[in-house]
Design a protein around this ligand. Structure first.
Ligand code: F6R
Length: 601
């Protein structure tokens, strides 16, 4: 949520900042801005809208610099407009700041220290920058003023500060919001995500919460809360820059849908030993196997993956499992079992709602496992254990390959825990996952057919329903979320048997109802539910599985293990949503009001 980038070196900072922001745009895209510092001072360019709009303004100007900071915003305090866009400046314009996060006590700080200051924006960020100037006016050095303000802040932040009187430093700090330093020869960079820095370096240094970092052209000084300088090794990030490009695809979402079979095969490799057996760190299995109940905590699509994961853990490993929406769990924690284990599922590893639960459950001494796509992310660093998705960067805001990767990794975990509990394996999971990868490939090859379904069912409709029973119901929730978030069609996922208890009142002539029928024990009953809505005029579409299909089904996925069907049955739903949004002329990769990494609660 919001992306930050900063550069200090010898090259043209403008281009590096703009390119960096383009890579961070998935984090927020309400408005964007950069500040460039040179011998004449600091110049700010900012604009409501996309990075392309900012580029137009910045490129029209001759102003340049070898030092600068940039920001792409997802609005929290104040509407997206020019005034609320970052960078923000202090009253004298000596200090310039970009900020990602939410300051909880900004009103108290404003009332206590800044009663006489006239604010130009509605943001919490402006309070931070005015406070820095306030303490600087009281005689503190910039580093002292920055440190003092950071100590006063409650909430989440990633900050990058320029001082017009010092063209050799960017001051940086973070708490709960991601921020990394990129290290180079005669230059250094800072950014919310390594992807923004890959253009100049793949060597990084981590920053820890509450540290103050002084970034110069030729050195990076990290200080802990007591001002002690910290030695921190760099590491090389193994990210392929081309993973973050669209390549031959029109949109990241389409590329990421197509990548799913390859991601499945990568997961099979990563979680397999030389003898072809399932492999996982013993310490993880020990902790999971000790639990008397598993609590899965997640949000959105990751929550939907958790619902499927519960099926594996209960059916294969025999461990009772609850799945909770993170934002609810933290304020309404249920009675816990005696030996709970928490699994946090998060593509980004940064979701504030999930982190809030992790922090609280850690305080209570409960063990944690994070399932994430981003090594080194906050939820990964703070949990006892991590399982990686190996899905490669997911750039489109609508999650696709992370969902199927989460399901695959949870299936592997469940089988290994089942083995540990001495349960006889009923399937060869690696072989079944390989079959699922092939089936996914067959479905993505039918993308044109899914486009036709989008045309036939969703071209003009205002609403749509997805129905299923048991595990198909879980997938229908995800299908509905995909459709609504990118096409803005009001879509809901329902348990097939539940419709008649109220929702069926919404069915009228031509209401699209997309039903999943991939489970043998409910095949007849879901088809009965389809008949009920068809009798009331619904335009019904049945996606079934080979072996359970009946004449007239709209699309039939290849036959795979019944519990693993979500890996494949979600793919037509992802493609149908993609084309429905595309046909409506919408920005598929960056739907309105959303951001990829949700770092506010
Ligand atoms: C929807 C989507 C979101 C995320 C949710 C959690 O397509 O991507 O619902 O799943 O914001 O994000 P992570 O998985 O990063 O914790």
């Amino acid at each position: 949520m919001c992306g930050i980038v900063g550069y200090i070196g010898k090259d043209n900072a403008k281009e590096i900042l703009l390119k960096g922001l383009e890579k961070l745009e998935y984090r927020g895209y309400d408005s964007a801005g950069i500040a460039l510092e040179n011998a004449d001072g600091v110049t700010v360019f900012k604009e409501k809208g996309r990075i392309a709009d900012l580029r137009n303004i910045a490129d029209d100007s001759d102003v340049d610099g070898t030092l600068g900071i940039g920001h792409t915003r997802w609005a929290t305090h104040g509407v997206p407009n020019h005034e609320n866009s970052h960078p923000h400046q202090s009253a004298t314009k000596r200090f310039t700041l970009v900020h990602n996060g939410v300051i909880e006590n900004y009103e108290e700080l404003r009332d206590e220290y800044l009663a006489d200051v006239k604010f130009l924006s509605e943001t919490d960020t402006e309070v931070i920058i005015q406070l820095i100037e306030h303490f600087s006016n009281e005689g503190l050095s910039t580093e002292e003023a920055f440190t003092k303000v950071v100590e006063l802040l409650h909430g989440s932040y990633a900050l990058a500060l320029l001082d017009e009187e010092d063209s050799d430093t960017i001051y940086v700090a973070k708490n709960k919001s991601p921020l990394l330093i990129g290290v180079g020869e005669d230059f250094n960079v800072v950014a919310s995500d390594a992807l923004a820095m890959l253009q100049v370096t793949n060597e990084y240094k981590e920053i820890h919460d509450h540290e103050i970092v002084i970034v110069k052209r030729d050195e990076v000084i990290i200080k802990d809360v007591d001002g002690n300088v910290q030695d921190r090794d760099t590491y090389i990030a193994e990210i392929d820059a081309s993973d973050a490009e669209k390549g031959v695809y029109d949109h990241y979402m389409l590329k990421e849908i197509h990548e799913q079979p390859a991601v499945m095969r990568r997961i099979i490799q990563e979680y397999q030993d030389d003898q072809g057996n399932l492999k996982m760190d013993d310490a993880i299995i020990d902790d999971v196997a000790k639990a008397d109940r598993i609590y899965i905590i997640a949000a959105g699509t990751s929550y939907h993956a958790g619902l499927v994961g519960k099926e594996f853990i209960e059916k294969w490993a025999g461990v009772p499992t609850e799945v909770h929406v993170a934002s609810e769990f933290v304020y309404n924690t249920p009675l816990l079992s005696e030996k709970p284990l928490f699994i946090y599922i998060s593509q980004s590893g940064e979701t504030a709602d999930s982190r809030a639960v992790l922090v609280e459950m850690k305080k209570r001494g409960h063990k944690s496992l994070t399932v994430t796509n981003v090594p080194g992310s906050t939820l990964s660093r703070e949990a006892d254990h991590t399982l990686l998705l190996h899905a490669g960067p997911e750039i489109a805001v609508a999650s696709t390959k992370a969902y199927t990767a989460q399901i695959a990794v949870l299936s592997i975990l469940s089988q290994i825990v089942a083995e540990r509990h001495g349960k006889e394996a009923t399937i060869d999971l690696l072989q079944e996952l390989a079959k699922a990868a092939n089936a996914m490939e067959a479905v993505v090859d039918d993308a044109e057919f899914m486009e036709q379904i989008a045309t036939d069912y969703l071209e003009t409709t205002r609403n749509a329903f997805f129905i299923g029973r048991t595990i198909d119901y879980n997938v229908s929730l995800e299908g509905a979320l995909k459709l609504k978030e990118i096409s803005y069609i009001q879509a809901e996922g329902f348990a097939g048997g539940e419709l008649k208890h109220g929702t069926i009142a919404l069915i009228e002539d031509n209401t699209p109802v997309i039903a999943l029928a991939t489970q043998e024990n409910v095949n007849l009953s879901i088809r009965g539910n389809v008949k009920e809505v068809a009798a009331r005029g619904a335009h019904t579409c049945i996606i079934s599985m080979d072996g359970l299909n009946k004449a007239g089904d709209t699309y039939v996925i290849p036959q795979i293990n019944e519990l693993l069907t979500p890996l494949v049955s979600v793919v037509p739903l992802q493609l149908i949503s993609y084309y429905a949004a595309l046909h409506r002329g919408l920005d598929v990769d960056k739907p309105r009001n959303l951001a990829k990494s949700v770092t506010v609660e």
